[in-house]
Design a protein around this ligand. Sequence first.
Ligand code: HEC
Length: 123
Amino acid sequence: MKKTILSVAAAIMMFAACKSTKHASTTETKPATPKVDCGMPAPTYAGDVKNIIEANCTKCHGEGGKGGYNLTSLDDLHRAGKNGDLVGVIKWSPGFAKMPAHAEQLDAKTIASIECWVNNGMN
Ligand code: HEC
């Protein structure tokens, strides 16, 4: 009888431990695992996005930038990402200005990287 109680207790403990481990690992793996699978490792600001923005956007969107965006500022970039402007303008979506202004649209891979970054928390 005592043995049964012990094994029941052990089973409950294992279950609880399992549940909490699962919880913890979800938080730990967050940066490595994209929340939205976009068929690529989640891009990062430092590794990917900063270069794209500097190459295509910041000559017009610096300090006091056009359209109210200083895209050298990560805060402004986050704001544009959250409110949909960033992805809207680079995809030339209806209702958005076409960016980069007076230039070719960014290539599909670059657009996909930015979109993936926005959809995965903009880290
Ligand atoms: C040649 C200058 C120029 C370049 C390069 C440029 N922009 Fe713009 N951008 C503008 C101007 C001017 C506006 C003002 C709004 C307009 O045209 O309607 C603007 C507006 C915006 C807006 C505000 C959205 C809106 O509808 O008003 C966003 C977001 C934006 N640009 C993002 C970008 C991004 C991202 C890039 C790089 C991929 C970029 N821009 C490159 C000139 C530029």
